[in-house]
Unconditional design. Structure first.
Length: 568
């Protein structure tokens, strides 16, 4: 089978979400009603300045008729949200109300040991949620689970249990036929075998207490999917932890929303466990905006840390090392955080790097790991001979064109462009990010104005790296507001004593790199007042030997730990 060229390059995939009217409510057994968080309106909100890149388009003719028809149904739903035929086929409520029920329950799994009347049961089309959390938190979780479910079915249609149903209903539809007319004459609808169980604890203490016996170390986690119990367990957090919930949900969906033949076996038990966790970590990048979502993208939170590890730290993990580990071997690694970073980054690369063979390989390998019969054609495709480790570096090292062609729609908290070919032109395409806590622009040709525009709320910053940029003392006023900084790197910039004076309110600083800057002995008192310092470097500055001795007397921090080559 010859593959058609895939959709033009994009670093993220667009998913279409059910459109629920603003007056949608969860129906309860009492007279009061709890509002579902409203969408931005009844019409879709597209990513700004970006052409939608749907999951079937990435595989060209490999996608198959059923997948393409399914995505067309969703596009028709967005063009005509009230159309009854499409809503009936998808199982969406005809009235615009989600029709979910919430009630006091006695049917929670017995292993929870919950007393009747101490929790609620919320039934959605695809989930039954047993919740000890309050109504608002329960509604937030229920709504997000349904949205993520529909997005996942589009992204992984060939592996979804509903794929044969959709393909059967859509069989025989001519390319020019109206989807609505075809559905009128083919009255099938998507059904599921069973609803998936979700346990929503009130807080982390209840979560840990219930799972500690079965899952050692569970108190260090924020979510867990139990293969044995076929249930996802999460807890209500002060700041909704959507990323963790979506990570665990993907584990659940591949086990329970597919025709998986694993039975009691675990995926990736012998090898290739990296993709089990990699695909779940990849789905953490899901970003919902209005009635659409995207998954993947240079702005994925996980990619910021991978970019730092690979491009700054030179950390390479050969794919063969990833693929050798089975579940237990991976979980016993001493460098498990590093292993996760590489597993998730490699999954991003294979899905979003623009290589048809790589993307197709992810679907085939997932089908193998979960023992799913996949309708995808498995004809081998010629691949290039570029080493995978080099591919990852090239994928992570983005440039201005990547930023401009793939605008971000998420609120970014972590942003690392160190090692990239990004200039002020690329930064100008990113909206101001008031929630930034980590910003690393090391060695980029960017100045004060670009930094201040990108991070308008310095009080949120905890880690800031502007090494070898074009910033200078003009950032002092802005930096004086960064009261929560823990790490600051201004090495090899024109910053001097005014900048050090400005950071006096930042009492939490533990790492301070001022190598090669214009500071002098006038900054010694400010440095000496930083009682939490663990590392400080003032080499190649105007700090004298006398000043350096004063620093040594005032702190137990490591002083000048960088090994600099002698100046010529």
């Amino acid at each position: 089978m010859a593959a058609e060229p895939p959709h033009p390059a994009s670093d993220r995939t667009t998913l279409l979400l059910p459109i629920i009217h603003r007056d949608a409510t969860i129906q309860t057994e009492t007279a009061d009603q709890t509002e579902v968080a409203p969408d931005s309106g009844s019409s879709p909100t597209a990513p700004k300045n970006a052409a939608a890149h749907y999951p079937d388009q990435s595989l060209g003719s490999y996608a198959g008729e059923g997948w393409r028809a399914y995505m067309q149904v969703w596009r028709e739903h967005h063009r005509d949200p009230a159309n009854a035929e499409i809503r009936r086929f998808l199982g969406l409520p005809l009235s615009g109300s989600p029709g979910w029920s919430a009630k006091r329950s006695r049917s929670a799994p017995s292993w929870l040991n919950w007393k009747p009347g101490t929790y609620a049961q919320i039934d959605t089309p695809h989930f039954v949620i047993y919740s000890q959390a309050d109504k608002d938190d329960s509604v937030t979780v229920a709504d997000d689970l349904e949205r993520c479910y529909w997005g996942w079915t589009q992204m992984f249609f060939p592996l979804w249990e509903g794929s044969p149903q959709v393909t059967g209903v859509m069989a025989g539809a001519a390319p020019d036929d109206s989807i609505v007319d075809h559905l009128k004459s083919n009255r099938g609808r998507i059904t599921i075998r069973r609803k998936m169980k979700v346990i929503l604890f009130r807080d982390v203490s209840g979560y840990a207490a219930a799972l500690a016996r079965d899952v050692p170390g569970i108190e260090r986690s924020t979510g867990f999917y139990s293969d044995a119990r076929k249930a996802m367990c999460v807890y209500a957090a002060e700041n909704d932890d959507a990323a963790t919930r979506r990570h665990e949900l993907v584990h659940q969906l591949f086990r329970e929303a597919t025709r998986s033949g694993l039975g009691r076996s675990m995926p990736g038990e012998a090898r290739d466990f990296w993709l089990v966790e990699g695909i779940a970590g990849y789905f953490e990048s899901l970003s919902i905006h209005g009635n659409q979502a995207t998954v993947g993208g240079w702005d994925s939170p996980r990619l910021q840390f991978a970019r730092y590890r690979v491009l700054v730290g030179g950390d390479q993990m050969p794919p063969d090392e990833l693929r050798t580990d089975g579940r237990l071997a991976a979980q016993r690694r001493d460098d498990i955080a590093r292993w996760y970073a590489h597993a998730i980054a490699e999954t991003h690369r294979m899905l979003d790097g623009g290589n048809l063979a790589d993307r197709l390989a992810v679907y085939h390998q997932l089908a193998e790991l979960y023992r799913i019969d996949s309708p995808l054609d498995d004809t081998p495709i010629e691949t290039d001979q570029v080493p995978a480790a080099r591919k990852l570096s090239e994928f992570l090292a983005i440039n201005d064109a990547t930023l401009i062609d793939n605008p971000s729609n998420r609120q970014i908290q972590s942003l690392c462009f160190a090692g990239c070919q990004v200039t002020e032109t690329g930064l100008a395409s990113i909206d101001p990010q008031p929630d930034l806590t980590w910003l690393d622009l090391a060695r980029l040709p960017v100045g004060n104005e670009a930094v201040l525009r990108l991070a308008p709320n310095p009080a949120r910053l905890e880690q800031l790296t502007l090494e070898a940029t074009q910033v200078d003392n003009q950032i002092a006023t802005w930096l004086s507001q960064a009261v929560n900084l823990r790490e600051l790197d201004l090495s090899w910039t024109d910053c001097g004593d005014p900048v050090l004076d400005a950071i006096q309110p930042a009492a939490k600083i533990s790492v301070l790199w001022m190598t090669g800057t214009a500071i002098t002995d006038e900054s010694i008192d400010t440095i000496a007042a930083k009682t939490q310092l663990s590392n400080i470097d003032v080499q190649r500055t105007g700090v004298s030997e006398t000043g350096l001795n004063r620093i040594r007397q005032s702190t137990d921090a490591k002083i000048n730990p960088l090994e600099l080559r002698p100046q010529p």
